[in-house]
Design a protein around this ligand. Structure first.
Ligand code: GLN
Ligand code: ZN
Length: 757
């Protein structure tokens, strides 16, 4: 049996990778210094993997920014706006594609499958691919020379690369595949020439919906690779879900197949057991969860591996590995000194996962009972977790019953119109106002203990006062308190609810040098005491205009946390929903009767396969409704989502039954308007009339134009005027100036609407 791993976090135990990059970008270090630091970090990561005892170690998964960008650059796919480049791509060109520069904006970035990692989207239009340099080759040689490691170069495979790329006609998919395949052959040939044994070709797109036509093209491409480089062992690696076209995939002309046995809903195991696995291939079995942070239950994993052994006659052809690249986990639990000791024992980040893989191999191979202590220790851990109530062996699988507000939207609307007495086309914002240095310093000082709670509250209230005044001066109709007390929209609630833990160093790369430190949901989530009432009520006391309460929704809190792995996601979502429902009740009790529950992460939780969408959407909608349905008829529930890809989930959005939804529009006007041309949306809706991601203050006319276009597909009496998203990243000046323009635009639009009727 062989142990292997698919990829290692780049960010560094003390975020040294991030720091090295940012120092270079800030021109504090030279390019040579950056290369040297990057090499040190890279070798250090390899050494750690080597020391853990893993047999097959990946090389080339390391990057200066993103592995998809590395692929695009290796294939010379540099859009012309970054300059005409032949041969090796200069580092600064690479970074301007990633981050933009004075002269050019960055390439588009989007989510990597169903993770929170974002990759740079390759653009193909008008470009001819050519090999600029063989990056995996250089990194393979380096690992061999410096550390004696016989590395396994990692590449994103041609099918997934093209599925993730944009800006080309889908009809050209086959042509592009034909153009790219020889370049892959070239890279692989050069690897084979220096004696590389195994190459890992990642094809995660094979776990999505793959058409028959695509399957045929994939077969062709891999046939070509096989005949061009017969001497090289290709491990075709899939992850994040099961492969539906199992029979075709395992027969592809490669030497090994990597399957995810953690996030596959049991389907991969079922396929191996019922359909068999080709005897001449390696089965690389992803059995340790590469995406979550929990220690595995050893007994269960051993059983799984023994089941697989029955289908793989030659046991030397069974590899044990994590289910995905460890890119999606933090580096090590070691430095978490302030966690509850039982919780800490239950955690496993990248370094610990590698040890788990090695332990599994030892246990499987040891014929004697001598090594059983590892199993006993692990069993004890799970007993302890059950004793604390942090692990349940019996998840709740009962069907959930629909909850809904007593009155239909139409009926509530009449009552709400009377109660709120807002002008037509009411104006509002999404919640946060600028988080200035001063605001952030306040929170930091409170955390460090350098500021008393009283002094802190006083200063937060001063910010609220200032901004209530600004909002009144600007002429907005529905106000917000500004979220000055919040560091992050999930962390803020997690810190105030039962069941969440926070780490000190558990950073995971989100994009480029940006990391996130997701909270850990380890126990039952429950409401403790009101979390937002004080600031909201204070803000409301300063004005006669309505102030919206501002909450983060259950689906978003769940999707942006590390979740428990003993309960189905939906059960955790419902627990969070109950907690948010209690907060909603507390706000209502305190007289706050317009309440916004943000769900910006609802869409990103969609499963990879279309067939699985509906069941996700059903429970996600239910969770939102659990938190928002138990209110008075006159209480107006708002929600917000910062994206505009709605077409395919519009029914679920409508089923949320929020009285008002605000969504992003300004960056993708065309798309969103056609959504509403084709679908009737019959509840309150605000389309963002300006892009808050840019420091530019748009003129009234531009926003008026957006309003006009929106009113061509949406009824004026349901329409709200608001920015795309929260304003926390903007400066105070920009914010005030832009909101003034926005209100003027609304005023003009109102006159137009009323003169028409
Ligand atoms: N209320 C939040 C804010 O304004 C919403 C943020 C978000 O949608 N990501 O900051
Ligand atoms: Zn938003």
């Amino acid at each position: 049996m062989t142990t292997s791993t698919l990829g290692y976090p780049r960010i560094g135990e003390q975020r040294e990778w991030k720091k090295a990059l940012e120092a270079y970008w800030a021109k504090q270090t030279t390019e040579d210094e950056l290369h040297k630091e990057m090499k040190d970090i890279r070798l250090n990561h390899l050494k750690k993997q080597q020391a853990s005892g893993i047999d097959v170690i990946p090389v080339g998964d390391f990057t200066y920014y993103d592995h998809m960008l590395d692929m695009a650059v290796m294939f010379g796919l540099i859009p012309e706006r970054y300059g005409k480049i032949s041969g090796q791509v200069p580092l600064d060109t690479y970074f301007s594609m990633a981050r933009g520069s004075q002269d050019v904006p960055a390439c588009e970035m989007t989510k990597w499958y169903n993770t929170n990692y974002h990759y740079i989207v390759p653009e193909l239009e008008g470009l001819t691919p050519s090999l600029t340099d063989n990056r995996p080759l250089a990194l393979y040689k380096e690992a061999k020379k410096e550390l004696g490691i016989e590395g396994k170069p990692v590449l994103v495979g041609p099918y997934s690369f093209l599925k993730l790329a944009k800006h080309y006609e889908t009809a050209q998919f086959g042509d592009w595949l034909q153009q790219l395949t020889p370049l892959y052959s070239q890279v692989l040939k050069e690897l084979a020439d220096v004696g590389v044994l195994w190459v890992q070709i990642d094809e995660p797109s094979l776990t999505g919906d793959v058409s028959e036509e695509e399957l045929a093209l994939i077969q062709q491409a891999y046939e070509t690779l096989r005949s061009d480089v017969p001497q090289l062992n290709i491990l075709l690696q899939t992850y994040f879900d099961a492969v539906d076209a199992y029979e075709t995939i395992v027969e592809l002309p490669v030497a090994g197949i990597g399957l995810d046995f953690v996030h596959d809903g049991g389907k991969n195991l079922h396929a191996v057991e019922t359909k068999g696995f080709p005897g001449d291939k390696v089965l690389a079995a992803g059995v340790i969860d590469g995406r979550n942070i929990w220690k595995a239950k050893v007994i269960d994993k051993l059983t799984l591996l023994q089941q697989l052994e029955r289908s793989v006659a030659d046991h030397s052809k069974l590899w044990v590995q994590p289910s995905a690249s460890l890119l999606h986990t933090p580096v090590t639990v070691k430095n978490e000194t302030e966690l509850d000791p039982t919780l800490k024992r239950a955690l496993s980040f990248a370094d610990e996962k590698l040890l788990e893989v090695v332990t599994l191999k030892k246990l499987l191979e040891s014929k004697e009972d001598g090594d059983r202590t590892a199993i006993q220790e692990n069993e004890q851990l799970f007993k302890d977790l059950e004793a604390t109530g942090w692990r349940k062996e019996q998840p709740d699988t009962a069907p959930f019953e629909e909850v809904k507000r007593p009155l239909s939207y139409e009926e509530r609307r009449q009552k709400q119109l009377e109660k709120w007495d807002l002008p037509i086309l009411p104006t509002t914002t999404i919640g946060s106002f600028p988080q200035t240095k001063e605001v952030r310093r306040l929170r930091a000082q409170l955390k460090k203990g350098n500021l008393s709670q009283e002094a802190y509250t006083e200063q937060i209230e001063a910010h609220i006062r200032t901004w209530i005044q600004h909002q009144e001066d600007i002429g907005l109709d529905v106000l917000v308190h500004g979220e000055f007390e919040r560091n992050d929209m999930v962390e803020f609630f997690g810190e105030r609810l039962d069941g969440f833990a926070f780490t000190k160093h558990a950073w995971v790369q989100s994009y480029g040098s940006r990391g996130v430190k997701p909270p850990i949901i380890y126990g039952d989530v429950a409401f403790k005491s009101p979390m937002t009432v004080e600031e909201t009520v204070y803000a409301q006391s300063l004005t006669k205009l309505p102030v919206k309460g501002m909450l983060t929704g259950p689906v978003t809190i769940l999707n942006w946390s590390f979740e428990r792995d003993d309960l189905p996601k939906r059960q955790v979502a419902f627990q969070i929903a109950e907690a948010i429902r209690a907060e909603v009740a507390a706000l209502e009790e305190a007289g706050i009767e317009m309440i916004q529950i943000d769900e910006p992460a609802l869409r990103e939780g969609l499963p990879l396969k279309r067939d699985d969408w509906q069941s996700y959407l059903d429970w996600a909608v239910h969770a939102f409704r659990l938190s928002s349905s138990y209110v008075k008829d006159t209480t107006q529930v708002h929600t917000h989502m910062c994206y505009s890809e709605f077409q395919d989930i519009i029914d679920a959005i409508s089923a949320l039954d929020a009285d008002v939804i605000s969504i992003e529009t300004s960056r993708s006007q065309g798309d969103i308007l056609s959504t509403f041309e084709d679908n009737v949306y019959d509840k309150g809706i605000g389309l963002g009339v300006y892009d808050i991601h840019s420091p530019r203050v748009p003129a009234k006319e531009e926003m008026l134009h957006v309003i006009h276009r929106a009113l061509s597909v949406l009824p004026a009496d349901l329409f709200w005027v608001n920015p795309d998203c929260g304003l926390k990243t903007r400066s105070e000046e920009e914010t005030i100036a832009a909101l003034k323009e926005m209100v003027s635009a609304a005023v003009v639009a109102r006159e137009e609407v009323s003169s028409k009727s």
